[in-house]
Ligand binder design. Structure first.
Ligand code: PLP
Length: 162
C-alpha cells in the first residue's frame, strides 16, 4: 500500500483521532515522534521546570538505556531501587517526603515527575491496583508504552502545561 509521508496518511489521521478522543481533547493536536528515547526526552523536558528531575526505577529505560539523553536536556533522573523492575507508591511517597523534609532541599534537584514503563525493563507489569494506589487522582500521560505522572500530589508547584 502506498501512502504519503510525514504523518499525512490515513493511518496517522485515524490514530490522531483516537488519541484525541481518549484524551477528551477534540481541539488538541497530535504530533508523532520517531523513537522512544526522543519521546521521553521531549516530554520530560516539556513537562518539567529547568530545576526539576524525574523519578524512575534504577533499572528504568530512562535511567540506563538512553545514553544520558534525559540528563542532556538538563533533568536529572532520580533513581529508586527497583523490585522486579517496578517502583512502588510507598517508595515514591517516601522520596517526596524526604525531599520536602530535608532542610537542604533548596540545593537539591526537585522531583517533578514519575516515570513508569509498562512493561518494565524486566517485562513485569503494574497491576491496575498498583497504578491506582500510585497514581490516585493523578493525570496519566501515555507516550508510547511510557506512563508519566505530572499530577502527583506535591507540596510545591510543578510548571503548568501550556
Ligand atoms: C520502555 C522504552 N522506552 C524507550 C525506548 C527507546 O526507544 P528507541 O530505541 O526508539 O529510542 C525503549 C526501547 O527499547 C523502551 O523499551
Amino acid at each position: 500500500m502506498k501512502m504519503p509521508g510525514y504523518g499525512t496518511d490515513d493511518i496517522c489521521a485515524s490514530a490522531s483521532q483516537k488519541i484525541l478522543a481518549a484524551c477528551n481533547a477534540p481541539d488538541g493536536e497530535v504530533y508523532f515522534l520517531t523513537g522512544g528515547t526522543q519521546t521521553n526526552a521531549v516530554v520530560i523536558d516539556a513537562m518539567l521546570a529547568s530545576y526539576q528531575g524525574v523519578i524512575a526505577a534504577d533499572t528504568g529505560h530512562v535511567s540506563l538505556h538512553e545514553a544520558g539523553a534525559i540528563e542532556y536536556g538538563g533533568h536529572k533522573v532520580l533513581q529508586l531501587p527497583h523490585k522486579l523492575g517496578k517502583i512502588s507508591a510507598e517508595q515514591i511517597a517516601a522520596f517526596l517526603d524526604n525531599f520536602a523534609a530535608d532542610a537542604n532541599h533548596d540545593h537539591m534537584v526537585m522531583p517533578g515527575m514519575v516515570y513508569l514503563s509498562h512493561p518494565t525493563e524486566y517485562g513485569t507489569l503494574y497491576s491496575k491496583q498498583e497504578l491506582q494506589t500510585s497514581m490516585m487522582s493523578a493525570r496519566l500521560i501515555i507516550s508510547r508504552s511510557i506512563w508519566m505522572v505530572p499530577g502527583w500530589p506535591m507540596r510545591w508547584p510543578a510548571r503548568p502545561m501550556n
